[in-house]
Design a protein around this ligand. Structure first.
Ligand code: PAF
Length: 286
C-alpha cells in the first residue's frame, strides 16, 4: 500500500492504477467497521483507495474537529491489512485550496431531518467533501456503512446528480460483542458511559426488531417498548428515536403501522448523547 498526501501524488498514483477503482472515504480512527468497508471494496474492484480526512465543514465548530480521535499509524496498518492499495491523507489545503474554492454541494431533501435537524449544515459539509473527494479519486464505486444510514442515502441522492454515476455500496453495520455499533467516537466514551450506551441503544433497536417480527406493527407500541429501555439508562440522553420510510425518510407518525411505509422499508434511527459524545445507530425493517 502506498500513502500519498497531495492531489498531485494521488493523481499520479491513480494514472497507473488498474480499474475499476473502489473508494472508501473515512475520517480515520479506523476500526473493524472500516475494515469491512475496505474488504468489500477489495472484493469488488481492482484498486482500493482509502482517504483519511477529518472534514471541518461537517462539524459544528473547531473544538469538535480538534476532539475527533486521530491514529494515523494504526490506521495505516489497518487499511493495508484490510486490502487498501492507496491511502490518501490530505491536509485541509489540499481539499479546500484557497485559490480554487470548492463549490458547496446541495445535500438534498433527505438531509433535512434527523441528523440534519440536530446538526445544521452537517450534510452540506458531508456532501461537499464527498463530492470533492469523488472528483479527486474518480472511482467507479464507493463504499459506506449502514450505521450512518441517513448519510449513505444523502450520498446516493447526491451521486445520482453527478455525471459520473459512481455506484454506491451499503455495507452492514459491524457491532461489538455487547451490541454497540462500532464507531470512531466510541473511544471517547468512559467505561461506564460505554456500558450504559450498550445497554440502551442496540438493545432498544433489537427489541423493536424482535417485537416487529413477532407481529407488533404499531409504530406507537414499538416506540414505547424502545423508549422504556432507553429511559432506564439515565446517562443516555435520547435525541431522537425515529421511524421513517427507508427510501424517502418521510416520518411515520405514532398512529401509523409499519406497513404504511411506501417503499416497504422502515428505517428506525436512534441518536443519543452519552458522556457528551453523540452516538447514532439504525436498523432497517423488515
Ligand atoms: O462517515 C464519515 O466518516 C464521514 O462523514 C465521511 C463520509 C468520510 C465524509 O467526511
Amino acid at each position: 500500500m502506498r500513502t500519498v498526501t497531495s492531489r498531485a501524488e494521488l493523481s499520479e498514483a491513480l494514472a497507473h492504477a488498474p480499474r475499476p477503482v473502489a473508494f472508501v472515504p473515512t475520517m480515520g480512527a479506523l476500526h473493524a467497521g472500516h475494515a469491512a468497508l475496505i474488504s468489500a471494496a477489495r472484493a469488488s474492484a481492482a484498486t482500493v483507495v482509502v482517504s483519511i480526512f477529518v472534514n471541518p465543514t461537517q462539524f459544528a465548530n473547531a473544538a469538535a474537529v480538534a476532539q475527533y480521535p486521530r491514529s494515523l499509524e494504526a490506521d495505516t496498518r489497518l487499511a493495508e491489512t484490510a486490502g487498501a492499495h492507496l491511502l490518501f491523507v490530505p491536509n485541509a489545503d489540499e481539499i479546500y485550496p484557497a485559490d480554487d474554492p470548492v463549490p458547496a454541494i446541495d445535500p438534498g431533501p433527505l438531509a433535512a431531518r434527523l441528523e440534519g435537524a440536530s446538526r445544521p449544515g452537517h450534510f452540506a459539509g458531508v456532501a461537499t467533501v464527498v463530492s470533492r473527494l469523488f472528483d479527486l479519486v474518480r472511482p467507479e464505486e464507493a463504499f459506506f456503512g449502514e450505521k450512518d444510514a441517513q448519510q449513505v442515502r444523502v450520498i446516493e441522492w447526491m451521486t445520482q446528480r453527478r455525471s459520473d454515476r459512481i455506484a454506491i455500496h451499503r455495507v452492514a453495520t459491524v457491532r461489538d460483542a455487547d451490541g454497540l455499533a462500532l464507531s470512531s467516537r466510541n473511544q471517547m466514551l468512559s467505561a461506564s458511559g460505554r456500558s450504559a450506551a450498550a445497554k440502551a441503544i442496540p438493545v432498544a433497536l433489537s427489541l423493536i426488531a424482535e417485537a416487529f417480527s413477532s407481529g407488533i406493527t404499531s409504530v406507537a407500541m414499538l416506540r414505547t417498548l424502545a423508549e422504556r429501555v432507553m429511559s432506564a439508562e439515565p446517562r443516555v440522553a435520547l435525541d431522537y428515536l425515529d421511524f421513517a420510510d427507508g427510501a424517502t425518510l418521510v416520518p411515520l407518525s405514532d398512529e401509523a403501522q409499519m406497513s404504511d411505509a411506501e417503499s416497504g422499508e422502515v428505517l428506525v434511527s436512534v441518536a443519543a448523547v452519552v458522556d457528551g459524545v453523540r452516538l447514532i445507530d439504525a436498523i432497517s425493517l423488515p
